[in-house]
Write a protein that binds this ligand. Structure first.
Ligand code: NAD
Length: 359
């Protein structure tokens, strides 16, 4: 019977439609389980540029930091594509991640039995489906290391550096093991320890944390090149994948593609406190914005992740996920997931109503 204050950052394009849908679902969950969800809207992205000249107004940062968690739609669109880099809508996402200290990115990918036909993998490879979670380090590694241009052995060259501290590896490893405890208790840590020193340290630290703090969770390693192959060969072997910023960036896109339903994929960014930022894996889809064509499921599932990971409301999260399964099993589809099913597509508001019926 809790009260939770949620900052809503609807953003641009289909952002407002899909976030409104998730709010309706959360309100229904509140009613069913006796919780109160308070929502406060904040501007970010193109909408904020139009209203204030800045992609991430200070009021938004302060509001998100004061909230229990943040639900975000998506930012960006052609209207703002020609602005200089420092005032582009995407700046808002990086700015929020930084201000909120969000160093863990969680990206689930699963094969919905009802959408098996959309999976690009051979049917025999995914006969038993798969359900995995990528835990990606989000604020360290080569994307944040020193870089530059210089004169090298063969003339002008560019360089980037990867650095990971023990502290950064420890905290992302704990995030992965904690997540695994809420799932099937297995972590595969992915690195390139045959070549990279950062990966060798990564491996050492991950195993120490596993042995000292998580003896109940199975832990093993895989080289990233092998992991890229295994994801398309036997995705069912993975429960939680723990990996660095760059490897996670690449593998999470591979994992979302093999699900065949990128419009259904949610994501969470977490830090040292329970407060997180939850958003769909897709963008603002300006081509369909304002036409009641958007699929709200990725955002609704992101709200479910918020319940599970920020508020520790597992039963409530399960209830939302079961409603999504049920809608898909009933053959109810928005246009993006009609595929070869032959179903007549419904809109965002109708999909929301179908989900509400099942909560
Ligand atoms: P996109 O994910 O917005 O759209 C790709 C395609 O998928 C489009 O055809 C779109 O209509 C469709 N699509 C996406 N989400 C959908 C949904 N929920 N329901 C139905 N169809 C959906 O990617 P894009 O076209 O490359 O980018 C559009 C804008 O979004 C750009 O400005 C980009 O910078 C921005 N973007 C934002 C984020 C974010 O806010 N996290 C992420 C990616 C892209």
């Amino acid at each position: 019977m809790g009260t939770y204050n949620i900052a809503l950052v609807k953003g641009d394009g289909i952002g407002p439609e899909i976030v409104d849908s998730a709010v309706e679902i959360l309100n229904a969950i509140g009613k069913k389980f006796g919780h109160t969800f308070n929502f406060t809207p904040y501007l970010a992205g193109g909408a904020a540029i139009d209203a204030t000249g800045k992609p991430l107004p200070q009021e938004t940062v302060d509001g998100c930091l004061a909230s229990d968690s943040v639900l975000l739609g998506a930012v960006g669109g052609p209207k703002w594509d020609t602005l200089p880099a420092d005032i582009r809508p995407e700046k808002a996402l990086l700015g929020l991640r930084k201000a909120m200290g969000l160093y863990t990115n969680l990206r689930p990918s699963r094969l919905y039995p009802a959408l098996k036909a959309e999976c690009p993998l051979r049917p025999d490879l995914v006969e038993n489906g798969y359900d995995l979670l990528i835990v990606r380090e989000l604020t360290g590694g080569i994307y944040f290391g020193d870089r530059g241009r210089r004169e090298g052995q063969y003339g002008p060259e560019a360089w980037d550096t990867e650095a990971y501290s023990v502290m950064e590896i420890e905290r992302i490893a704990r995030a992965a093991f904690d997540a695994a405890r809420k799932r099937r208790k297995s972590v595969i840590s992915i690195d390139k320890a045959n070549v990279l020193e950062t990966s060798r340290l990564w491996r050492e630290v991950v195993h120490r944390i596993a042995e000292e703090e998580y003896p109940d969770v199975e832990c093993s390693d895989m080289l990233v090149d092998n992991a890229a192959m295994q994801l398309v060969k036997n995705p069912g072997q993975f429960d939680v994948i723990l990996t660095s910023n760059m490897f996670g960036d690449i593998l999470s896109d591979e994992a979302s593609q093999i699900s065949g339903s990128i419009g259904l994929l949610s994501s969470a960014s977490l830090g040292a406190t329970p407060r997180g930022m939850y958003e769909p894996a897709h963008g603002s889809a300006p081509d369909i914005a304002g036409q009641n064509l958007a699929n709200p499921i990725a955002t609704v599932l992101s709200a479910a992740m918020m319940l599970r990971y920020s508020f520790d409301l597992g039963a409530e999260a399960n209830c939302i996920e079961a409603a999504v399964d049920d809608v898909l099993n009933a053959g109810i589809r928005t246009a993006d997931i009609v595929g070869a099913s032959g179903a007549t597509p419904i809109g965002c508001t109708e999909m929301t109503a179908e989900l509400l019926k099942r909560i």
